[in-house]
Design a protein around this ligand. Structure first.
Ligand SMILES: O=P(O)(O)OC[C@@H](O)[C@@H](O)c1c[nH]c2ccccc12
Length: 264
């Protein structure tokens, strides 16, 4: 099994357990009592001449890096991201491989005037989108490598029904071609191959010209230096998704300024 297959096998089991314990009706009632979440898509849109947007990620660990940062207080880190101009915050909610949780997301969603939150997980079933919305997320990640075109379309429609956005992630031309038939509003190009966890920073630059212009384009993974940020910003990406470089920085707020400060 490659790394992605191992993760997905585990995720299927986790979803089966969740379906035994959570009540969709209760989640729907909870949602009715909350305000609609802030608009993720609008937060990422970059008008001509404006600086590139930054999606700052809360990430403790990953299969490729192991434990990266303890992040004992995710609310404090989210607050720092908010103070330093994050357009949105990505919260890894997978526990087994990334040491995250839906609790992290819920706690951050309680911050006043927080930026839109993305549930970053391996989403295979609508219950995960319902849980994300109930926890306060504005958006979910949908990974083309994990989903058939039919299930991608179904999950995108369900997110829209709940007033949420979907960040649809691709890693190569074939995935992009499939995904474009579903007409997503936001496409993320992951420089990291989830089957091997290797990063090739040219992936996003190579695929960018193949994306029709009204779609919002996000470059993901392996962005560490101002030069990296500059390269993707100049190429025309609306937003950059950055995890490791921020969570391992001695001063994540300074690191954010360093990354977005260099782009005009
Ligand atoms: O830590 P990095 O290299 O800055 O990467 C962030 C983000 O792109 C990465 O966490 C990610 C992108 N797509 C994913 C899918 C699943 C898990 C994680 C990811």
């Amino acid at each position: 099994m490659n790394r992605l297959e191992t993760i997905l096998a585990h995720k299927q089991r986790e979803i089966e357990e969740r379906l035994q314990t959570v009540s969709p009706e209760q989640l729907e009632r909870d949602i009715q009592e909350t305000l609609p979440p802030p608009d993720f898509r609008e937060a990422l849109r970059r008008p001509p001449g404006a600086p590139v947007r930054l999606i700052a990620e809360i990430k403790r660990a990953s299969p490729s890096r192991g434990q990266m940062a303890p992040i004992a207080n995710p609310i404090e880190l989210a607050h720092c991201y908010q103070q330093n101009g994050a357009a949105a915050i990505s919260v890894l909610t997978d526990a087994r491989f990334f040491s995250g949780s839906l609790e992290d997301l819920r706690a951050i969603a309680a911050l006043p005037h927080h930026p839109p939150l993305l549930r970053k997980d391996f989403i295979l079933h609508p219950i995960q989108i319902l849980e994300a919305r109930a926890a306060g997320a504005s958006a979910v990640l949908l990974i083309a490598a994990c989903l058939s075109p039919a299930s991608l379309r179904h999950l995108m429609a369900y997110a829209a029904e709940l007033g949420m956005s979907a960040l649809v992630e691709v890693h190569n031309e074939a995935e992009l071609e499939q995904v474009l038939t579903c007409q997503p509003e936001i496409i993320g190009i992951n420089n990291r191959n989830l089957r091997t966890f290797e990063v090739d920073p040219y992936t996003a630059l190579r695929l960018l010209p193949l994306i029709p212009s009204p779609m919002i384009k996000v470059a993901e993974s392996g962005i560490h230096t101002p030069e990296d940020a500059h390269r993707f910003a100049d190429a025309g990406f609306d937003a950059l998704l950055v995890g490791e470089a921020l969570v391992t920085a001695a001063n994540p707020g300074e690191k954010m300024k360093e990354l977005i400060g260099v782009v005009e």
